[in-house]
Design a protein around this ligand. Sequence first.
Ligand SMILES: Nc1ncnc2c1ncn2[C@@H]1O[C@H](COP(=O)(O)OP(=O)(O)OP(=O)(O)O)[C@@H](O)[C@H]1O
Length: 896
Amino acid sequence: MPDVQEGMWGGNASDQRSNVKKFLSVVAEMGLPGFSIKDLEEGSVSSVVECLLTLKDDVTTGSGQNISNNVKTPLRRRLELRESDGPIISVVTPGKRSPMEERQKGHWDLKSQQRNNLHSGQKVHDAFQLKRGPYTDLPAAKISEMMHPSSLDVNSLASDHVITFFILISAILLINITILYQNAPTQSLLRIVNGILDESIERKRGEIPHRVVYLLRNVVQEIEHRIAIQADHIRNVEKSKIDEKRKLDEQDMVRLIREKESAENTIASLQKEIQILSRMHEHYRERTETEARQMEEHLTSRIKEAEFLLMQSKKKAEEIESASQLKSQLWSRKANIFQSFMDNQKMSIKDIRLSSQSIKQEMFTLQMKWRDEISNIGHDLKGLVDAANNYHKVLAENQKLFNEVQELKGNIRVYCRVRPFLPGQDGKTTTVDYIGENGEIIITNPFKQGKDGCRMFKFNKVFKTHASQAEVFSDIQPLIRSVLDGFNVCIFAYGQTGSGKTYTMSGPGTSKEDWGVNYRALNDLFDISLSRRNAFSYEVEVQMVEIYNEQVRDLLSNNIAQKRLGIWSTSQPNGLVVPDASLHPVKSTSDVLDLMEIGQSNRAVGSTALNERSSRSHSILTVHVRGLDLKNGSTSRGCLHLIDLAGSERVERSEAIGERLKEAQYINKSLSALGDVIFALAQKNAHVPYRNSKLTQVLQSSLGGQAKTLMFVQINPDTESFSETMSTLKFAERVSGVELGAARSNKEGKDIKELLEQVSYLKDTISRKDMEIEQLLKEESKSPSSSTDRNDSRQQIRRLSGAAGSGEAECEDNVSDDGCSVAGTEYSIGGASEAAADQMQKTPSRIARLFLTKNGQPANSKPKPRESALKPPGRTKSTGSQVTGGVSSLKPPKRR
Ligand SMILES: Nc1ncnc2c1ncn2[C@@H]1O[C@H](COP(=O)(O)OP(=O)(O)OP(=O)(O)O)[C@@H](O)[C@H]1O
């Protein structure tokens, strides 16, 4: 309580503290009981009061005034006590008494003389004597009563200083008491002090210096003032403490209520958990008991089983033991027999050794003979290889020349392309059994086993599934170029829905690798015209129409819905079959790309069960090229038709109904009209039914005229499409047999005679080359040979040359191991490479097996006469696929 102490000491606390210290030292010098400053600060007044009373007694007796001899001061009493305990002298030597003791002694002597004098102040003295004990326990009222001025004998006060001091000490004591008992009546206490002061002043009137009185009054006033402040302060502090305590109590109450609630909740949840846990425990216990019971039963049964097995195994062991004994007896018997057998064998081995020596001798002589023979065969083989090399060269040229002859004859070229399985169709089986290098393709019927299950077709070229767009185009590139030379060229794609017609003609995307025939052809036209710009000037114009439900529509017109276009039965002088269709001049490939994009977007498409985006119309892109020879001023006019036909599938397979059914019917009608036209052309009929459909009308100049025509026959390898594939290939086979007549260039000033001369020249060359091959074969047959291999090689060459020469090689019905046959089908392997022939020899594929008899010999080992090859190229009946074999000269003739 530093503030309380500050209040207690008031003013300059250190001065006051030093005064008290001085007082205490004086008291100590006087040999009186003192007190500590701490006692004052802590409010422990008992020691202070005792000190003061002792001092008062001492002073009173010392002054000798009105002191009764009977009154015993504490000092006196103490001395008396000492005396009663024994004479002081016995404790302290008389000569050696300290000044203090001397003084005390003097005091005691004096006191003893006055011992019996009674004084009026005895009352107060006794009162204090009685109450000297625990003052702290006294109530403030009692103290005040005791210290009332009426009950105090102020006459006994000896000196002014002592009185002053006593008053001061009393004041301090009172303050302390007041602080200690905060409810003490402060005013009455002060009145006590003031009373004491007044009385002292009255009695000592004129003796107490006025300034002391003044000082004392000030001190008392100051104390009064401070006590009042202190009391207020204490009251406030107490009040705030009480408020604070109340608040804290309230908070504690709220907190305790909350804690109680949460504890109750926790108890409730814990009770729930305990219930759940006890239920779980119960359940677990029950389950464990059941499991234990089951386990026990199981183990009991297993023990029984084990016991049973043990019994059985014991029995078996016994049986085995007896059996092994029997066997060992048997084995010992056998060992004896074997020993005798071994002896016999040794004897016979000796004989064999003798005979093997003689055989070795014979073998050696035979080996010598064979070595001679093999060296002879080597020589023969070398000759054969040379002959075969020459033969293949001749065959390649033969093929080339044959193509030229075909071109001159005007046969429609047929290229077959097999679509790969699309993503997600990996597990499907294919109908395509074999694709040859020279245009052969064998289709297997998935529903028929044996020889009737295979069918072979032969076209100008068959592209395998992985053939790229560029690869496909490279084969038709020369055809495109001839457009710039004034020829009419027609390329069309035929096949069932989803077989890849649009893929081949337009391509799957706009990137350069994806470009189909259309883009590549036009790109090529521009490239060539650019390279010829010094000699020729070309103008290229494009038309794009579609035939939808037997109506011709312009795909490049702004308003295709309204305009229905007519077809001119005979081509216009400018080569336009559909003159009303818009004609767009183009200068670069990008112009063409833009136009085609418009055309493709205008094309009628729909989804069928077979293709999500099926072309429901025939699209015809026509490129008109006009060339001007800058040297001689002659002009040429070429026309390129690029046709993407609509799908040729059966109506029921495409599950078409409503509008789709109508479209499919129109498509099928126009395609069958195309078939009729082709059939009539192949038969060289006088009447060709061009007018049966719009498609045939548009294609009239390309099919019947002197155009170069190429058909892409597209097939889907899926077994589900087998019947469509077969009908498509049969149609293509008929198309390949059609001769359109020699293509003619639309050039002014050129004579057909020149071309006919070329044909007769080529025929001569073919005859000459055939004779050369014949000669080679004769030479080869004369060469000596004894081994079977040589025979086989010769027969193979004969067979190859026979097939190539005759252009046909029939497969015997009963030849192949798996019964595969192409009965009634003519086919050719003309132009087969040496590698292919080797391959066929090593691992006979189905096509190779077609040429082998049952005993592995070639089916057609005898060379066929070459008449067919020497025959002037004429019409081939469409009883089978077109023969592409032929013999050519080593030096290809120039066409013009
Ligand atoms: N050679 C190929 N390589 C990869 N995918 C091909 C090939 N040919 C066709 N396809 C794919 O097969 C699907 C069908 O092809 P496309 O649309 O060209 O057939 P279509 O014969 O034009 O059909 P439609 O007659 O219905 O128009 C397409 O997804 C196409 O990308």
